[in-house]
Design a protein around this ligand. Structure first.
Ligand code: DGL
Length: 262
């Protein structure tokens, strides 16, 4: 069992931000990353559709043989929080850990959350943060244009910075001191978010959350060569390059196209 990979999935390249953090912390582990690129974006879909995708992704990873599953997608994690999806291996969502970090980081109790429409509509972060700090004020903002911009690799780009600036205007009407980047595509935009919200606002993201969650919960290999295998439901030269650049300095051992049996 210990030798089996950890399954990690997202709709696209966003979950690579989580995968990278996991491989940095536990380089000796094997990882199987599933990117459901054929059906991206999840964040624009209904919770019923996301749930179906979730179950298909989980089935695929279980069939491949994994010892745990990290749902490196906030939109899919928000579905998991509403429904108990049976699994023989532990499943980790990214929302609870992010909420825990935000509740610990805030000094004033005013917390902003940005994410996809699906995640915002589910109010999963609002619920998770309020369970920990009932007094907290949580303000949400959906940023649907950011996932396509990251998938286009328009990071550190004036247009992307402007989009972030525009989305943040509503949130910045509130006195937030903590901002949750509640989408795994957003950590690559951290600098741009920081430039808009200013140094006094603490940023929390899914990679930070999942590392805090798994650290100590599992006996994971910090030493050794490990392995990273990538499976995608659609693969183009652009995607292949993006995967490679987002994973740096690590390199995937393999990348293959899979059919989830639809
Ligand atoms: N990375 C996914 C998340 O964290 C969103 C991408 C999408 O909309 O498919 O929600």
């Amino acid at each position: 069992m210990n030798d089996l990979p950890i399954g990690v999935f997202d709709s696209g390249v966003g979950g690579i931000t989580v995968l990278r953090a996991l491989t940095e912390k536990w380089p000796g582990e094997k990882f199987l990353y599933l990117a459901d690129t054929a059906r991206l974006p999840y964040g624009a879909k209904s919770s019923d559709t996301i749930e179906q995708y979730f179950i298909q992704n989980l089935k695929f990873l279980l069939k491949e043989g994994v010892k745990a599953v990290v749902v490196a997608c906030n939109s899919a994690s928000s579905v998991l929080m509403k429904k108990k999806i049976p699994s023989p291996v532990p499943i980790f969502n990214v929302i609870h850990p992010g909420a825990r970090l935000a509740a610990a980081a805030t000094r004033t109790g005013h917390i902003g959350v940005v994410g996809t429409r699906a995640t915002m509509l589910s109010e999963a972060y609002v619920q998770a943060i309020k369970e920990l700090s009932p007094e907290a004020n949580v303000y949400q903002q959906a940023c649907p244009l950011l996932v396509p911009l990251v998938e286009e690799n328009w990071v550190d780009d004036p247009l992307t910075n402007m989009v972030i600036y525009r989305y943040m205007q509503t949130l910045l009407k509130h006195p937030i001191d903590t901002l949750v980047l509640g989408c795994t595509h957003y950590p690559v935009l951290k600098k741009a978010f920081k430039n808009v919200v200013g140094a006094s606002v603490e940023l929390v993201d899914s990679p930070m959350g999942i590392i805090a969650e798994l650290d100590g919960a599992f006996d994971l290999a910090t030493e050794g060569d490990g392995q990273i295998d990538v499976a995608c439901t659609d693969l183009t030269p652009h995607l292949e390059n993006l995967f490679a650049s987002m994973l740096l300095p690590r390199k995937a051992n393999s990348i293959r196209l899979v059919d989830l049996g639809r």
